[in-house]
Design a protein around this ligand. Structure first.
Ligand SMILES: C[S@@+](CC[C@H](N)C(=O)[O-])C[C@H]1O[C@@H](n2cnc3c(N)ncnc32)[C@H](O)[C@@H]1O
Length: 474
């Protein structure tokens, strides 16, 4: 535990030169007040980290050591804000606006983030806030450079084919809707604490980006997963100073009285302490956090192909109207069986398909002769014997070290889906030469670099898959 007594006056356990950064100094003093315990083996810094603030090891840290511990009372959530009572009342369904129906008055939003966002709107703009020393670390959330802050034209041009522009459009629509339907009426009904001139849509959007990139969600117990709604997000001071890499060396543990950042491997002196934000592909990291990991460091990277892309390829391959309506019927059944969905994606990781059950079944059904499809429909799935066949094939393929999908791929859909995938990969168009040309790379804007890294990784993943389908076609 770090205490005042143990610390020399000007080089606390948490910063090499704390005096140089007054905002950081004030945050670290606040941490002591709220009894956040920080190991003397680490310090917060803006130098020597991958991005702005981060945490560095002052000394070697063994696996399993507690790096810092945050009492639950130091977490910022909807219950720990001055406006908690009005948030609670609104959540309980008490009337707060004479013009709205009870459904409209509820603070329930699609994302479940609204109460925390209202709390942040109030606390972030209140200089007397208990959370001010913490929230003052960030003066401009737009500096995060999430694609939601890029001009639309730039986003669509640089990120075409990656899935990010579509995800961002969806976010922007939801943000506008939530602000107009829930936030603004709530602000207008609580003018004693909120003000539409100050608590604007622009601020709301910035705070959504902050919650996206900095908040934590406590996982549910395994037996609660099916019954309970996910826990609402919360802000976890100090844990959110840590940057992320796939090959992380620390992990946040949720205990009864406190949250603890624990090392999951030995961390050498001078190394950065990295948390994990989850097993996230580069397109997800860019969408939610505004950064990507360079190829091939992100072992969780993947390229996601919308399930409907495969449906469209099958429709294109159909030659007559009756073949097209058979494809449509097959697709409906696959949807009903929850094997595919309008919003779903087939996911390809660095070593092959991560959704091979769904992909294999979809391809097989889409290519079935009509008689076999009738039988499949009656059984609502495969016969036992066929499952055995699949297992045998999977075993044979994994003996060869080849992902399960590769062999049946061409046999099932011929060239049509391979070609669609090729088109999909071509749409990514990353200029590989640029990655190797340091000078040219140096001339790119930071957004162009992000886009290049993202598209290159996705293209490589897809090409590995395409290569496999070519090598092992039957
Ligand atoms: C939870 S915060 C981490 C603290 C942050 N560095 C700061 O100074 O406020 C998450 C943000 O840190 C940055 N970040 C985290 N890991 C990164 C990485 N490996 N590379 C680049 N930026 C990263 C991104 O801007 C991300 O949105």
């Amino acid at each position: 535990m770090a205490t005042d007594a143990k610390r020399p006056k000007d080089s606390g356990a948490s910063a090499q030169n704390p005096g140089e950064d007054k905002t950081l100094q004030s945050f670290l003093s606040w941490c002591k007040e709220v009894r956040l315990e920080l190991s003397e083996k680490v310090y917060v810094s803006r130098e020597g980290t991958v991005a702005d603030y981060g945490m560095l090891a002052r000394e070697e840290i063994e696996e399993g050591e507690v790096i810092f511990s945050i009492p639950r009372a130091a977490l910022l959530n909807q219950r720990r804000t001055i406006i908690h009572s009005i948030l609670e009342k609104a959540e309980e369904g008490c009337a707060w606006s004479p013009c709205l129906s009870p459904e409209e008055e509820s603070l329930k939003s699609q994302s479940g983030w609204v109460p925390l966002l209202l709390a942040l709107m109030f606390e972030y703009t209140n200089s007397e806030s208990h959370w001010s020393p913490y929230l003052s670390l960030w003066t401009d959330f737009r500096a995060l450079d999430h694609p939601m802050f890029w001009p639309k034209e730039e986003r669509e041009r640089l990120l075409q084919g990656t899935g990010v522009p579509e995800a961002v459009e969806n976010d922007l629509t939801n943000i506008l809707k939530e602000y107009n339907d829930i936030i603004l009426p709530f602000i207008q009904s609580h003018r004693e604490v909120l003000d539409p001139q100050k608590h604007t849509l622009e601020l709301y959007q910035s705070l959504v980006a902050f919650v996206m990139a900095y908040s934590f969600q406590e996982p549910l117990e395994e037996d609660e997963e099916d019954e309970k709604e996910p826990n609402p997000p919360m802000m976890v001071p100090m844990a959110d100073i840590l940057n992320h890499v796939a090959n992380h060396n620390a992990n946040l543990e949720f205990r009864t009285d406190s949250l603890k950042m624990v090392s999951v491997k030995r961390i050498k002196k001078g190394e950065e302490v990295f948390n994990t934000y989850g097993e996230l592909a580069n397109w997800q990291l860019l969408h939610m956090y505004g950064f990507v990991e360079s190829y091939p460091s992100n072992t969780n990277d993947s390229a996601d192909i919308q399930m409907t892309t495969v449906y469209k390829a099958a429709l294109q391959a159909a030659r007559t109207e009756s073949e097209r309506s058979l494809v449509a019927e097959k697709w409906d059944l696959l949807c009903q069986l929850d094997i595919v969905g309008e919003e779903g994606a087939f996911v390809f990781g660095q070593s092959g398909s991560l959704t091979d059950e769904e992909l294999y079944t979809s391809l097989k059904v889409l290519c079935m002769p009509v008689e076999q499809f009738k039988e499949f429909k009656e059984n609502e799935g495969w016969e036992e014997a066929e499952e055995d066949d699949e297992d045998e094939m999977a075993a044979a393929l994994s003996n060869e070290g080849i992902p399960k999908l590769s062999l049946p791929w061409r046999r099932l859909l011929g060239d049509s889906v391979s070609l669609t995938l090729q088109d999909y990969a071509d749409e990514l168009q990353p200029d590989k030469e640029l990655l190797g040309d340091r000078q040219a790379y140096g001339r790119l804007s930071s957004r162009e670099r992000l886009a290049l890294q993202l598209r290159y990784g996705q293209k490589v993943t897809l090409h590995q898959l395409l290569e496999l389908t070519r090598c092992h076609s039957v």
